[in-house]
Design a protein around this ligand. Structure first.
Ligand code: ZN
Length: 411
């Protein structure tokens, strides 16, 4: 949301993300934790109005999507998404990104990307070739995809279970809402009311006819997929989150500290990861896969965990993705700048649990209460409800993946 807010004092304040380095346009409502990751109903500390419209827009294009659309996160979302499917009716879940399929003959100004469905359905997305800077973002230039050039999507279903076929089709419609979509599998009895074209529907263009003919003959042949990804995809996002939480929790003096300037450099660095700031890393910017001290008792499988707290004399946060990937960042190293009372309030970590697929944002929970819940000693009702509503593969119709008579078991 970028609704402008008139503020008579606005000239006296500067944007927390650029500290006035950008020409001031208007204030905007910024979700420090992105809506796409479940931030629609986040508590106040995850929102601010003190961000200029330019930064808000830049963050929505070059900071947040590279984080949550990244290949690593797509895999996370696809795996955890299965846990939140409804038991008794087809649902919608994230697709798994696989990369570019250069063997598919497309026009000179087009590319073909491949995605996987929840029971290994094979999905081809042919769209216009974007500028190279979009190459590491699955789906390419989403601004362009959202307006025109949505592209053409073709897919093969794999499961004879209507539950999985319809879940795949719903997921494809959600993922490619504006594309021309066609199912290449002939299935008897599947409800044909869904808004897609079927294999035997007439072609809508010359491109379409050519794609269908080629994919029916070669689409399922095994071949190499090309993938490009940015390993420093998290840097800017982690910096943005640290600046935002520093401002909303610790107060304005933190936003104007030298450390906040370092965070801003990381946020707007043209090549994140290339110019590692030793001060940032040395004082708490680390990426630990499976090594975070407090990850295990805190992570909830299939959900994001945000832990915010004062680790005197520093203040920081830790983030666990839905698959347990862990990241952390220091927000401030100078308690002298913090709003009075923060240490008392945050001397224990505050825990938030986020499930993007359900737009669920729970917390804050005191770490002691959270751990009691995890140990089964004293349940937190909202968390218990979330855990009860998750499914395992054994709760859903069998997927019957290719080469298997039946795919059951746990995730
Ligand atoms: Zn700004």
């Amino acid at each position: 949301m970028t609704s402008a807010k008139a503020n008579t004092n606005s000239n006296a304040l500067s944007c927390i993300y650029c500290a006035g380095r950008r020409p001031f346009t208007r204030w905007s409502h910024e979700h420090i934790w992105p809506r796409r990751l479940g931030g629609t109903r986040s508590p106040e500390i995850f929102r601010t109005h003190q961000v200029c419209q330019t930064c808000n827009s830049l963050a929505g294009t070059w900071v947040e999507p590279p984080f949550y659309k990244n290949w690593f996160m797509q895999i996370d979302a696809a795996i955890s998404g299965l846990r939140y499917l409804p038991r008794d009716m087809p649902g919608s879940t994230a697709l798994m990104y696989q990369g570019f399929d250069d063997a598919v003959p497309v026009a000179d100004d087009e590319v073909c990307e491949r995605w996987g469905g929840p029971s290994q359905e094979i999905i081809f997305h042919i769209h216009k070739r974007d500028e190279p800077r979009w190459e590491t973002l699955p789906g390419g230039d989403f601004l362009r995809r959202n307006t025109k050039d949505q592209g053409r999507v073709y897919f093969f279903l794999t499961s004879p279970e209507e539950y999985w076929s319809l879940t795949t089709i719903k997921s494809i419609i959600d993922h490619f809402p504006l594309a021309h979509r066609r199912c290449l599998t002939l299935l008897e009895g599947l409800a044909r009311s869904v808004p897609i074209l079927w294999r035997d529907d007439p072609s809508i263009s010359e491109h379409d006819a050519r794609d269908v003919a080629w994919l029916l003959e070669h689409g399922l042949e095994p071949r190499r997929i090309r993938m490009a990804f940015n390993t420093a995809f998290a840097d800017r996002f982690l910096a943005k989150l640290a600046i935002g939480l520093g401002h909303t929790i610790l107060g304005p003096r933190v936003s104007s500290s030298a450390y906040a300037d370092r965070l801003r450099n990381l946020l707007w660095n043209s090549t994140p990861g290339q110019h590692a700031d030793s001060e940032l890393r040395g004082t708490g910017f680390w990426r630990s896969e499976g090594q975070s001290d407090f990850r295990d008792p805190l992570a909830i499988e299939g959900a994001w965990t945000i832990a915010v707290g004062a680790f005197y004399p520093a203040f920081g946060y830790s983030l666990s993705t839905s698959s347990g990937r862990s990241m952390s960042m220091m927000v401030s190293d100078d308690p002298g700048l913090w709003t009075p009372g923060v240490v008392e309030q945050y001397h224990e970590m505050q825990i938030f649990i986020v499930v993007p697929q359900r737009q669920l944002f729970l917390g804050p929970y005191r770490v002691i209460d959270f751990v009691s819940h995890r140990l089964g000693r004293r349940l937190i009702a909202a968390l218990a409800e979330l855990e009860d509503s998750r499914v395992g593969l054994q709760d859903l119709p069998p997927r019957r993946l290719p080469g298997q008579s039946e795919a059951r078991g746990s995730f």
